[in-house]
Design a protein. Structure first.
Ligand SMILES: *Cc1c(COP(=O)(O)O)cnc(C)c1O
Length: 396
């Protein structure tokens, strides 16, 4: 029956497991271990673990399993493995399947820690990584080789919001037998159809829109049953990147409201981007939902026309003007999370992307005036008034 459910029904009921008390709200199984009826049952479970059988919370837990099943249903993936953070998911997806001598092609516009894994960690273990402009399919074509084992990209990049053609890259990668791993945070599991469009593995930081209220860290890797159980699970269960049952419960309850939240946030983001585009204090207004965005056609086909919940504003006058803008905001908070109910403003050049060299920042469009703005659930007109006043203050 659940196979015929639409997304919003899956988000509320998917994966639910009830204890003998038949509770309505999902239980938090805050337990590390599980009792066996007898020694024979313990032996049998270590030989083969059934779908609702558990051994140890580093391997699996009923609350975590509810979260995994619910998000897998939404994404249209066969299976999922939940992780302690988004970075544990990115690292788990890549490291579990790669070995020395393998080749990886990655988009160069990446979240700082993703870049660190590809540039500094994988290479230390003998994996060769080629970076390309992710929006250029010819560059992907030129970079893949017969020994390319994986391609990696953020479907919508942070913080410049480039949109990458999942189906286009997947076709190129699959031609050489490479696995397509997509970090889909900015696209959100609500707007994404990444698996349907050719991604083999989808990764989320659940810390962002899935929690949606800035409380807990978490992540998830989605893919085929073979990849999740055969490749990811052995790696993660032995290296310890498991999601805590409490955090899994936060994420599980977050999924119940995610569609309502991200649709409202994307609608406000669209309103703000349209209202602010062309403002005299702005060098550029970056929002995938704008008709002027370089990949807007892809936003229509890949994301159902939804531009996401984040916009980036390049303020005239560089760092000083950007700081005046940030300090003049009264509703959004200055922080570095995103996808929260509270609007959050970030200055990537001095915080999330501080580690990059000046050349890398220029290359990636992370200019001194760039402010990333994660749109929350506040009233759109209140936000617009606050942003407009802060833009004026930025030029003072
Ligand atoms: C935040 C983020 C991550 C890392 O997630 P954590 O939960 O903070 O570990 C990875 N990729 C992208 C695109 C992100 O925005």
């Amino acid at each position: 029956m659940s196979e015929t459910w639409n997304s919003r029904t899956k988000l509320v009921h998917g994966g639910t497991r009830r204890s003998q008390y038949n509770e309505v709200s999902e239980a938090i199984f805050l337990t590390q271990g599980f009792v066996y009826e007898n020694a024979e049952q313990a032996e049998a479970r270590f030989i083969e673990t059934g779908p609702d059988e558990f051994i140890y919370a580093r391997y699996g837990n009923p609350t975590v399993a509810m979260f995994e099943e619910r998000i897998a249903m939404l994404e249209g993936a066969e299976d999922a493995f939940a992780t302690a953070s988004g970075m544990a998911a990115v690292n788990g997806a890549l490291t579990s399947m790669l070995k020395a001598g393998d080749h990886v092609v990655s988009a160069k516009a990446l979240f700082g820690s993703c870049l660190y894994i590809l540039e500094n960690i994988l290479t230390r273990y003998g994996v060769e990584v080629t970076f390309v402009d992710g929006t250029d399919l010819e560059a992907w074509k030129a970079a893949v080789r017969p020994d390319t084992k994986a391609v990696f990209f953020e479907s919508m990049s942070n913080p410049t919001l480039e949109v990458i053609d999942i189906a286009g890259v997947a076709q190129i990668a699959h031609a050489v037998g490479a696995v397509v791993i997509v970090d889909n945070v900015f696209s959100t599991p609500v707007f994404s159809k990444a698996i349907e469009q050719g991604a083999d593995v989808v990764v989320y930081s659940a810390t962002k829109h899935i929690d949606g209220q800035g409380r807990a860290l978490g992540g998830v890797i989605l893919g085929t049953k073979d990849f999740i159980r055969g490749t990811v699970e052995p790696y993660l269960k032995h290296t310890g990147g498991a999601l805590s049952p409490f955090n899994a419960w936060v994420m599980l309850k977050g999924l119940e409201t995610i569609a309502l939240r991200v649709n409202a946030q994307a609608e406000t983001a669209q309103t703000l981007a349209e209202a602010l585009e062309g403002h005299p204090a702005l060098e550029r207004t970056l929002y995938p939902g704008l008709a002027t965005h370089a990949q807007n056609a892809l936003v229509q086909s890949q994301l159902g026309g939804k531009g996401g919940t984040v916009l980036s504003l390049d303020i005239k006058g560089g760092k000083e003007a950007a700081f005046r803008f940030l300090n003049a905001l009264t509703i959004p908070v200055i922080s570095n999370n995103l996808g929260d109910a509270k609007s959050i403003a970030t200055h990537p050049a001095t915080t999330t992307h501080q580690r990059l060299s000046d050349e890398q920042k220029v290359d990636l469009g992370i200019s001194p005036g760039l402010v990333r703005f994660s749109v929350g659930l506040e009233d759109p007109q209140d936000l617009l008034a606050d942003l407009t006043a802060a833009l004026e203050a930025s030029q003072a």
